[in-house]
Design a binder for this molecule. Structure first.
Ligand code: GTP
Ligand code: ZN
Length: 316
C-alpha cells in the first residue's frame, strides 16, 4: 500500500492512504538515504510504501520504502553535530510572512530565507501582513518591497490576517498544494491559519513556548488537510527555514536576478565582488539590481556563519 506521512512521533508514523484511511506505521530495519545522515529516516510529507499489519485491530503497517523526495527541509540535530533532522518533505511552496514592525522583518532576513528556499528547490511567496496597521508612508515601503521582489519573480501579496483582507488570494494559491508558513515570531502565522480555516486548532502556540526552544527537544511537524482542498505542514516551535550548507560559488546562483546575469560576467566563476567585467556589478551601477539584495549577498558571501549557516529555527 502507499500513503503520505502526516505525522511522526519518533518511532510511529501516521500514514494516510489515497482512500483516506490513516495507518499507524513503524519502520522495519534501517533506511539508508543517499547523501544525508539523518536522525529520522522518514519525515512528514514523505510518500511511503507499507505493508498492512493485519494482526491488529487498529490499522497498522510497516513502512518498507520511501519514494524519492522532490525536496525536503532540514535542521541540524542539536546534540549530534553531523546529523540532520528532516523536518518535512515534498512541499509545493512556502509562504514567508513579513511585517515592517512588530516585529521588524529586515531584507537581510527575507533574502536569506529566499536563498534557502531556492537551494531547497521550494517556491517561496511573500505575504506582507498587517497592512491594516500601516501609515501611508509605511504602505509605500511595502509597495516598494513588493515591487522589488516581484521584479525578481516572487509572488507578493499584501494581506491582513486580522481583517482577512486578501486571505482569499492566499487560499487560492494554496488550493491543491502542500504549503508551509514561516516568519518571525509575532508576524501573524497563527492568526493567518485561523483566518484560513477557523476550525483548525493548531498547537503552534502551546508547543512553541519560548522555554522549549534551544533545548534539544524534538519538534514534530504535522500535516493537516484543509477543507478547501489544501494541505499545510505545521512545524511547532520552528520559526525559520533551516540551514543549507553551500559553497561561496553557489550563493549567487540562488539570487535569481544575479544568476540570469552570470553568463555575461567575464569569469564563469565570478563572485560578483572584485572581478573585472562583472555583469552583476554593472547592473547594480545601473540600478537594475537592488542594493539591498546585493548587500544581503555580500553578507552571505562574507560567510560569517551566522549570516547563512545559522540555524534560524527558534531564532528570537
Ligand atoms: N493588526 C493586525 N494584527 C495582527 C495581524 N495578524 C496578526 N496580528 C496580531 O499579531 C500578534 C501575533 O500574531 P500571531 O498569529 O500569534 O503570530 P505568530 O506568527 O503565530 O507568532 P508565534 O506563534 O510566536 O510564531 C497577535 O496579537 C495578532 O492578533 C494583522 O493582520 N493585523
Ligand atoms: Zn559577476
Amino acid at each position: 500500500m502507499e500513503g503520505t506521512v502526516y505525522k511522526s512521533t519518533g518511532s510511529w508514523y501516521t500514514v494516510k492512504t489515497e482512500e483516506g484511511i490513516f495507518y499507524e506505521c513503524r519502520i522495519k530495519g534501517k533506511f539508508r538515504l543517499k547523501g544525508i545522515k539523518s536522525t529520522n529516516p522518514v519525515s512528514v510529507g514523505d510518500v511511503v510504501v507499507f505493508e498492512q499489519d493485519s494482526s491488529e485491530d487498529t490499522p497498522q503497517g510497516i513502512i518498507t520504502e520511501i519514494k524519492d523526495r522532490k525536496n525536503y527541509i532540514i535542521r541540524k540535530s542539536v546534540n549530534l553535530s553531523k546529523q540532520t533532522h528532516i523536518i518535512a518533505a515534498n512541499l509545493d511552496q512556502v509562504f514567508l510572512l513579513v511585517t515592517l514592525n512588530n516585529p521588524p522583518t529586515f531584507t537581510s532576513f527575507i533574502d536569506r530565507f529566499l536563498v534557502t528556499s531556492e537551494a531547497y528547490g521550494i517556491p517561496a511567496i511573500l505575504l506582507f501582513n498587517k497592512i491594516d496597521t500601516y501609515t501611508e508612508e509605511e504602505l509605500d515601503e511595502i509597495r516598494y518591497l513588493a515591487e522589488l521582489y516581484r521584479e525578481i519573480g516572487y509572488t507578493c501579496i499584501g494581506i491582513s490576517a486580522k481583517t482577512t483582507k486578501n486571505v482569499d488570494k492566499v487560499k487560492e494559491l494554496m488550493m491543491g498544494k502542500t504549503s508551509m508558513f514561516s516568519g518571525h515570531s509575532g508576524v501573524g502565522k497563527s492568526t493567518l491559519v485561523n483566518a484560513i480555516e477557523p476550525q483548525l486548532d493548531l498547537k503552534t502556540k502551546s508547543i512553541s513556548s519560548q522555554h522549549m526552544q534551544g533545548q534539544h527537544t524534538t519538534t514534530f511537524a504535522e500535516m493537516f488537510d484543509l477543507d478547501f482542498g489544501a494541505k499545510i505542514i505545521d512545524t511547532p516551535g520552528i520559526k525559520g527555514f533551516g540551514i543549507v550548507d553551500m559553497e561561496k560559488e553557489e550563493i549567487g546562483d540562488y539570487f535569481p536576478e544575479f544568476f540570469k546575469l552570470k553568463s555575461d560576467c567575464k569569469f564563469n566563476n565570478c563572485l560578483h565582488v572584485d572581478e573585472p567585467h562583472c555583469a552583476v556589478k554593472q547592473a547594480l551601477d545601473n540600478n537594475e539590481v537592488a542594493w539591498s539584495r546585493y548587500k544581503s549577498y555580500v553578507q552571505m558571501l562574507n560567510g560569517e556563519q551566522e549570516n547563512y549557516r545559522i540555524d534560524i529555527y527558534g531564532e528570537k
